[in-house]
Structure formats: C-alpha cells, structure tokens
Design a binder for this molecule. Structure first.
Ligand code: PAF
Length: 279
C-alpha cells in the first residue's frame, strides 16, 4: 500500500494501475462501515484507491472541523489489512490552493434536509468529490447509504457533469443495538451513547408499520416523532419521508420513500435513514 500526498504523484501511480479501479473517499477515523466499502470495491474491481482528507469546505463555521477525529496511523493500520493499493492523504493546501475559488452547486437537492441545517455543506462535498474523481479517475465510487443525501447529491452531480464513474451505494453498517456506525459516534458520552439507538429504533418501527400496511406519509412521520419524544434528551432537527431521487417531502400514500432523520444528543448531531418499498 502506497501513501501519497501530492496530486501529481497520485496521478502517476494511478496511471500505472492496469484494470478497473474502485475509489473509496473518506475523511479518516475509519470504522467497519468504511472497511465494508473497501471490501466491496475490492470484490468488484482490480484495484482500490482510498483517500483520507478532512475536507474543510464541507464544514460550517460553527461545526466540528477542528475537533473532527484524526488518527492517520490508526487509519493506515486498518487499511493495511485490505486490498487498497493507493491511499491519497493530501494536505489542505494541495486540494485547495489559496487562490482556488471554483465550487460545485448541485441545486435544490443540496439545500433540503442536511443542506438546510448545514448551508454550503453539499457544495463542499460535491466540490471535493468532483476534484477527487478527476484526480483518481476511478471506474466506480463507493459510498455508504448512511449519508443518503450525500449519495443522491453525488449521483446527481455525476449525471449532470457526465463524470465517467459509476456510483455504488453500500448498506449502512450498524452496531448490534442498531446505531449506524459513524466517526462522530466517538463524541458520545456513555450516557449519550445509551440514548443513540433510539434513532434506528424509530426508523425500524416505521419499517414495520409500513410492512403492516400503513403507507400514509404524515402518519409515518408522526410515528417517528412520537417515538423520539420518549427520549427528551434527543433534540430532533428533522424527520423526513421523501422521494428517493430528489428528496422532496411526500404527502398521502407512499410506495417508495427515503425516511431520514437528524437529531442532536448533547453536542453530537446524528443522522440515519431507511428506504421503504421498492422502486
Ligand atoms: O462521507 C464522507 O466522509 C465525506 O463527505 C466525503 C465523501 C469523503 C467527502 O469529503
């Protein structure tokens, strides 16, 4: 596994890879969810490239960029047991020279839900993922379903900009109690961690209700609201039942929807989602 910090060197090493390349972009603090992406890429492609870059442009002024968990040695040790051949770990100045001003605006889908609570977040995500795709030129890009809006924003960008890459979305990896794996789970105190499975429990209750025949969007939202209200320490940002392409809120009876939510426990904001029905 080769550790590379410069764009020029990454391009040289990438050009030497023959056969298909899968790319797993990350911000480090790797957990089993990331490693699942790497394993899936390795099972489908001849080579795997990963990146570790805490992207400043996707963090708001009051967000956790400075305290985001960083442990490169630990991340490299985790990747050493995988089939990753190149790990791209650029410094911020390599990705964003001081005079770089271009940004990618994906439009309304990037302004809903997470975008409404984190203005500019998806502009930062889209910009860095587009840059990384231009640098790595992968055949396929591997993303986790946990960040469902991110996957839809990136799919939209890839389609609108005709980027020659296939987007592969892999299932959310969960703890045994249902909590979706996230690098930010590390911020939770033991008491907060004990509350966190309430998010998935509410989503799971909705999935069971939907399977039992309840398809009314408002009723499904209300069910989540009531479930989460049972944990007053959990402050809900949004509960959404939305169409699975543009993430517009749905009314009436739904056959296929993304149910997503965001809530804050203490100082930690958690998100999760499930998909109901089949397209
Ligand atoms: O999901 C993440 O870790 C980041 O948003 C990504 C896709 C690596 C872009 O910085």
């Amino acid at each position: 596994m080769q550790l590379i910090e410069s764009i020029a060197e990454l391009r040289r090493a990438r050009a030497a890879l023959t056969g298909s390349v899968g790319f797993v972009p990350t911000m480090g603090a790797l957990h089993r969810g990331h490693l699942e992406l790497v394993h899936r890429a390795a099972s489908e492609q001849q080579h795997v490239v990963a990146s570790i870059f805490v992207n400043p442009t996707q963090f708001g002024a009051n967000e956790d960029f400075a305290r985001y968990p960083r442990d490169l040695a630990r991340d490299l040790a985790a990747l050493a047991d995988t089939r990753v051949s190149l790990v791209f770990v650029p410094p911020v100045t390599e990705m964003y020279p001081a005079d770089a001003t271009t940004r990618i605006d994906v439009g309304p889908i990037a302004e809903r839900l997470e975008g409404a609570h984190r203005p500019g977040h998806f502009t930062g995500v889209a910009t860095v993922v587009a840059k990384l795709c231009h640098i790595v030129t992968p055949d396929a890009l591997y993303l986790g379903q946990k960040d469902v809006q991110q996957t839809l924003v990136i799919r939209r960008m890839v389609r609108d900009l005709d980027l020659p890459v296939r987007v592969v979305v892999c299932p959310t990896v969960r703890e045994p109690d249902g909590l979706a794996l996230s690098s930010r789970n590390a911020y939770l105190s033991p008491a907060e961690r004990a509350l966190a499975p309430a998010l998935f429990a509410a989503l799971d209750a909705v999935a069971r209700c939907f399977a039992a025949g309840e398809h009314d969007a408002d009723t499904l939202r209300e069910l989540i609201r009531q479930r989460l209200a049972a944990s007053p320490a959990l402050v809900v940002d949004y509960i959404s039942v939305a169409d699975p392409v543009a993430l517009r809120e749905l009314d009436g009876l739904v056959e296929h929807a993304v149910v997503s939510l965001a809530a804050t426990i203490g100082r930690t904001r958690l998100i999760d989602n499930i998909v109901l029905g089949t397209p």
